[in-house]
Design a protein around this ligand. Structure first.
Ligand code: FAD
Ligand code: SIN
Length: 541
C-alpha cells in the first residue's frame, strides 16, 4: 500500500450534477481532477425523478417562481440568492440541453409538469427518470474532455488545511485556506495526497443518517463532516426534508438500502392521499391538499399514521387514464409492478422518508465557503435558497446555477493563486493496524440510523433530541477511538462522517427554539419573530 500524490489546479469531490457541471465549466480554463466514491454515475442525481424547476412557460414569471420558493421556505430564504437561482435557471436548462440532455417534449416544446408548492407547471423533466438522463449526458460530455481526469472508487477522507501542517497549526480560523484533500483509493487501500489551488465540494446529502431514506448509499454527509472538521461554517442543518411518499416496504433486507421514491409529480398529476380505509385526509390539513409543500404533507401523513397505528397510507392515481399513467411514469409503473402493485389499478402504499438536506456548508453567491480556496455546490451547501423547506425540483436547479457561478469566480481566483502550497505532508498512518472488529462498524451504523429516525425525524422534542445526543456522543467516542487506531477503509470513513452529521443535526435542532418549515418541535410549536439561520462551526479544528 504505497501512498502517492497528485497536483492539479482544481480538485472536485463528487460526480453528481453539481460536480460534473462545474467540471465542464471549469475545464474551459483550468485542469480538473474529479474524485468520486463509487462509479461516476452513482449519486443522488441519478435517482432524481420529478425534474428541474424553471420559468419556461409564457404564463409563468420569475416573480411567481420566487414567491413559491419563498413561501415554501417559511420565512428563512435569502431572497437575493433565490432571485439568482430563478433568473439564471433558464440559461442553465439551455446548457443542459446543449450538453445533450433529452428532456420530455409535448407538441415540440418542453413538457412542463406541476409539483407541490408550484403555482404554475414549470418542472422540466425526462419522463420520471430526469436525474438519470442529466447524469448520463454530463458523464458522456466529461468523458470527452482531456483536461478533466476522473478517478472513481476514491473516497475523500479529509480536506487539507493548516491543521494538517505542523508549523501552521496555530493560525487563526479566519485565515484558513484549503489546499486539497487526502483521498483513499478504495481498491488498493492507499491514501493519495491531492494538492490543488482550489477545491470544490460536491458531495451531496446526508439521507443515509436516517433509517428510511430515498437516498442511495453514497449519501453519508462526507462533505459536511469534512468541512466541519476543517472549521468551515455550516448552517441550518436541522432542516432535513422528509419526502411524503416513498414506497412502503415491510422491512429492509439491508440497512443501507434506499427507499424507492414515488415522485411528487404523481400528486401533481392528480394522485390522492387516502388512509387505508379510503378516507381522503389532506383537506383537514391544508387547502392546497396533496399539493401543499412537502413539510405539511409529510407531517399530515405522520399524524394520520400515529392516530391509526397503521404502517402506511395510500396514494391513489387509479382514476387517471392508464396509458397516460404508464407514459408519464414508466419507471414508477415498472418498479411497483415488479413488487405486485399495478399503479393503474391499485393504490400505492407510501410512507415519508428522509430525502434532502436543506442546510449544509454555508456559501455565498459564488459558492465560496468560509475557508479560502474551498468552494461548495449542490446539496452539500446552504446557499439560502431553500430556507426552512425546499420547494420541489429546486435542488437540481440550485446545483447547476451555483456550479456555473463557481467557475465564474474561479477564473479570477486561479489567476491570483499562482502556486500550490509545497509543504503539505504525506498521509501518515504509522502506528495504526488493519481493522479486526468490523462489528463495531455495522452495529454503530445501524444504531445511528435508528436513533436519528426514532428521535430526530418529522416531529421532535427537547427530550427526544437530548436522548439522541447522548447516544450519538457514545458512538462518536467509540468511532473516533477506532479511527485513531486503524488503517482507514471506506465503511469506517462513512460511519465517522454519519456520526459527525448526526451530531451536527441534533446540535442545530436544539439551537432552534421554534417550529419552522421542516423543523417541528413539541416544545416550541410556534414561529419565533426573528427568522435566523443556525450556524455551527468547529472553532478548534
Ligand atoms: P449527488 O448527486 O448526490 O452527488 C454527490 C457525489 O459525491 C456522488 O458522486 C458521490 O459518490 C460523491 N461523494 C460523496 N462523498 C464523497 C467522498 N467522500 N469522496 C468522493 N466522492 C464523494 N431534486 C430535484 O430538484 N428534482 C427531483 O426530481 C429530485 N428527485 C429526487 C429523487 C430522489 C430519489 C433523490 C434521492 C433526490 C431527488 N432530488 C431531486 C434531490 C436531488 O437529486 C439532489 O439534491 C441532487 O441531485 C444533488 O446533487 P449533488 O451533485 O449535489 O449530489
Ligand atoms: C420528486 O420527484 O418527488 C422529487 C422531487 C424533488 O425532490 O425535488
Amino acid at each position: 500500500m504505497s501512498n502517492s500524490s497528485i497536483k492539479t489546479d482544481v480538485l472536485i469531490i463528487g460526480s453528481g450534477i453539481a460536480g460534473l457541471f462545474a467540471a465542464l465549466k471549469i475545464s474551459e480554463f483550468a485542469d480538473v481532477v474529479l474524485v468520486t466514491k463509487k462509479d461516476k454515475n452513482e449519486s443522488n442525481t441519478n435517482y432524481a425523478q420529478g425534474g428541474i424547476a424553471s420559468v419556461i412557460s409564457k404564463n409563468d414569471s420569475f416573480d411567481k417562481h420566487i414567491q413559491d420558493t419563498l413561501i415554501a421556505g417559511a420565512g428563512l430564504c435569502n431572497e437575493k440568492m433565490v432571485r439568482i437561482m430563478v433568473e439564471e435557471g433558464p440559461e442553465r436548462i439551455k446548457d443542459l440541453i446543449e450538453i445533450g440532455t433529452n428532456f420530455s417534449k409535448k407538441e415540440g416544446h418542453l413538457d412542463l409538469a406541476l409539483e407541490g408548492g408550484h403555482s404554475e407547471p414549470r418542472i422540466v423533466h425526462a419522463k420520471d427518470l430526469t436525474g438519470k438522463e442529466i447524469e448520463s449526458a454530463l458523464v458522456t460530455k466529461v468523458n470527452s474532455l482531456k483536461n478533466i481526469k476522473v478517478i472513481e472508487n476514491t473516497i475523500a477522507i479529509d480536506l487539507i488545511t493548516e491543521h494538517n501542517i505542523k508549523q501552521l497549526r496555530a493560525s487563526t480560523l479566519q485565515n484558513r485556506t484549503c489546499w486539497g484533500a487526502y483521498v483513499l483509493d478504495v481498491k488498493s487501500g492507499s491514501v493519495i495526497k491531492i494538492s490543488s489551488k482550489a477545491t470544490l465540494l460536491a458531495t451531496g446529502g446526508v439521507g443515509q443518517v436516517y433509517q428510511h431514506t430515498t437516498n442511495p448509499q453514497i449519501a453519508t454527509g462526507d462533505g459536511i463532516a469534512m468541512s466541519y472538521r476543517a472549521g468551515a461554517k455550516l448552517a441550518n442543518m436541522e432542516f432535513i426534508q422528509f419526502h411524503p411518499t416513498s414506497l412502503y416496504k415491510k422491512s429492509s433486507e439491508f440497512f443501507g438500502e434506499q427507499s424507492f421514491l414515488i415522485s411528487e409529480a404523481v400528486r401533481g398529476f392528480g394522485g390522492k392521499l387516502l388512509t387505508r380505509n379510503g378516507f381522503e385526509f389532506m383537506s383537514k390539513y391544508d387547502e392546497r391538499k396533496e399539493l401543499a409543500p412537502r413539510d405539511i404533507v409529510a407531517r399530515a401523513i405522520d399524524s394520520e399514521l400515529k392516530k391509526s397505528g397503521e404502517e402506511f397510507v395510500l396514494l391513489d392515481i387509479t382514476h387517471k387514464n392508464s396509458d397516460e399513467i404508464k407514459s408519464h411514469f414508466p419507471n414508477i409503473y415498472e418498479h411497483c409492478l415488479k413488487l405486485g402493485v399495478d399503479i393503474t389499478k391499485d393504490p400505492i402504499p407510501v410512507v415519508p422518508a428522509a430525502h434532502y438536506s436543506c442546510g449544509g456548508v454555508k456559501v455565498d453567491e459564488f459558492a465560496r465557503t468560509s475557508l479560502k480556496g474551498l468552494y461548495a455546490c449542490g446539496e452539500v451547501t446552504m446557499t439560502g435558497v431553500h430556507g426552512a423547506n425546499r420547494l420541489a425540483s429546486n435542488s437540481l436547479l440550485e446545483a447547476v446555477v451555483f456550479a456555473d457561478r463557481v467557475a465564474l469566480d474561479l477564473k479570477m481566483f486561479l489567476k491570483e493563486q499562482q502556486d500550490i502550497f509545497s509543504e503539505i505532508p504525506d498521509w501518515d498512518d504509522s502506528g495504526t493496524l488493519t481493522a479486526d472488529e468490523n462489528v463495531l462498524i455495522s452495529h454503530n451504523y445501524k444504531e445511528v440510523k435508528t436513533t436519528m429516525w426514532d428521535y430526530v425525524s418529522i416531529v421532535r422534542s427537547n427530550q427526544r433530541l437530548e436522548r439522541a445526543a447522548k447516544r450519538i456522543h457514545i458512538i462518536y467516542e467509540e468511532v473516533e477511538d477506532f479511527y485513531k487506531r486503524t488503517k482507514v477503509f471506506s465503511e469506517l470513513l462513512e460511519l465517522r462522517n454519519l456520526v459527525a452529521c448526526a451530531h451536527i443535526i441534533i446540535k442545530s435542532a436544539l439551537q432552534r427554539k421554534e417550529s419552522r418549515g421542516l423543523h417541528f418541535t413539541l416544545d416550541y410549536p410556534d414561529l419565533s419573530e426573528n427568522a435566523e439561520d443556525t450556524i455551527i462551526q468547529n472553532v478548534n479544528p
